[in-house]
Ligand binder design. Sequence first.
Ligand code: SF4
Length: 102
Amino acid sequence: MRVVVDQDLCGTTGQCVLTLPGIFRQREPDGVAEVCVATVPQALHAAVRLAASPCPVAAIRVIESGAGDDERASADPVPSPAEAERHAAKDQCNPGGHDGTV
Ligand code: SF4
């Protein structure tokens, strides 16, 4: 599971941060919410859903990774060398694997 905050929508109420400070935080200058983790630990999935639902502006989006993802991954063919090279180059642009959801 991943969770993202639409920072253009965030109303800076801080409700999500108060509910789950290990997942959400507020930016120093303006109080806009950010997500602190790239992926949500399994143990916190239910808590994240609960924290997201009362957001007054619906700025929090929970992205479930379901069985469909696993099926798709196993059905994918082995990448061609060119495709593997393209993925490797892309990874170098993002060496930490960070997805931008800070
Ligand atoms: S609950 Fe919603 S509006 Fe309030 S800080 Fe979190 S994301 Fe922003």
